[in-house]
Design a binder for this molecule. Structure first.
Ligand code: ATP
Length: 338
């Protein structure tokens, strides 16, 4: 049995959480993989109610679970996800962008993954006012750079697709910080002679993601660049509604949609739950790997095939060109999982 904690979040969070809960229940009831689900509170609503965006009880329950699913939270995102990433040392942020059929995408046969360093860069909150200026500190360490580079090379090896890692940085301008990042990746590449290694400036990468997205396999990059490029990559394959992400550490992992709380469509039953359902798919792959459990891999494949089949058949939410509600879409996915 797997104990899964689930933060239901803000905005469209509770709606897409309901969809994922139904999917997990279906897996539990029909596919022989037992799941104990704990619904947890965190985010703006929790902050208003309890004075804390991430209550201790939520954190403790997450620590006791096998993996965590997290719906988006609103304004308090930094107090929830940044704290969770740091506390649980979830250093690798994995954001795949894959072509689905029948989708308003910029190309076909896109299958890339962005491996984003998750713990440092400009996201450590070290910002100061100095006179009439504001200053942010950018930290890049050799240890974190090598750790994420290793993760990227392992990913390229396991995926066995184009067997290439593209290291994205801007070392011509940020010579110290990105210079260190690029050198660290280059060094790790020596341990993986079967995987091709290339370097690309972030501006060129942003352009090439539009121009030839099918040419990428694994992109490894720093925190801020990874944040921006993965939203771009999500749009290239059909939009944020289809984009899952994993935050992975050595012992624990948390899975969430790339998108935010999308307050503009909250409560309108219009949210695309695919991003969160596909996050659950990534969770089962990770559980399969961690526990050497083939059943989890089988469940992950079932979920992905179901989402693929649903959009191929033309069942879509508004963001990807259809008119189905969140629940109608999720029910179609569930009918293909059984
Ligand atoms: P954040 O800063 O937390 O990323 P944001 O408000 O800038 O949040 P998102 O919430 O990620 O941006 O979403 C941007 C827009 O994309 C939303 O306003 C919404 O219209 C659309 N969107 C995002 N997620 C979905 C989804 N799952 N289904 C449908 N539309 C979505």
């Amino acid at each position: 049995m797997y104990r899964i904690s689930l933060i239901t979040g803000d905005g469209i969070g509770p709606e897409i959480s309901d969809a994922v809960i139904d999917v997990l229940q279906t897996i539990n009831d029909n596919l022989g993989l037992k799941i104990e689900l704990k619904k947890l509170e965190a985010g703006d609503t929790t902050l208003r109610k309890t004075g804390r965006a991430l209550p201790d009880s939520t954190l403790e329950t997450i620590k006791k679970s096998d993996a965590c699913l997290k719906a988006p939270v609103g304004e308090s995102a930094a107090d929830v996800i940044v704290v969770l990433r740091r506390t649980l040392d979830l250093y690798a942020n994995i954001r795949p962008a894959k072509s689905y059929p029948n989708m308003p995408a910029l190309g076909e046969n896109i299958d890339l993954v962005i491996v984003r360093e998750n713990t440092e860069d400009l996201y450590t909150g070290m910002e100061f006012d100095i006179g009439d200026s504001a200053v942010a500190l950018r930290t890049i360490s050799e240890k974190a750079s090598k750790r994420i580079a290793k993760y990227a090379f392992k990913t390229a090896t396991q995926r066995n697709k184009q067997r290439r890692v593209t290291c994205v940085h801007k070392s011509n301008v940020m010579r110290k910080t990105d210079g260190l990042f690029a050198r660290s990746c280059q060094e790790i590449s020596n341990d993986y002679p079967d995987i091709a290694f290339e370097q690309m400036y972030v501006d060129a990468c942003a352009m090439n993601l539009i121009r030839q997205p099918g040419s990428f396999d694994v992109i490894v990059t720093t925190n801020l660049f990874g944040d921006i490029l993965s939203d771009e990559a999500a749009q290239v394959v059909g939009g944020l509604g289809m984009a899952p992400t994993a935050n992975i550490g050595d012992n624990f992992a948390l899975f969430e949609p790339v998108h935010g709380a999308a307050f503009d469509i909250a409560g309108k039953h219009a949210a695309n739950p695919s991003s969160f359902i596909l996050s659950a798919k990534m969770m089962f792959e990770w559980l399969g790997m961690k526990n050497n459990d083939d059943r989890c891999y089988a469940v992950a494949k079932k979920i992905e095939d179901a989402v693929y089949g649903v959009v191929r058949d033309g069942t879509k939410t508004k963001d990807i060109g259809g008119n189905k509600t969140t629940k109608e879409f999720a029910q179609q996915v569930i009918s293909k999982i059984i």
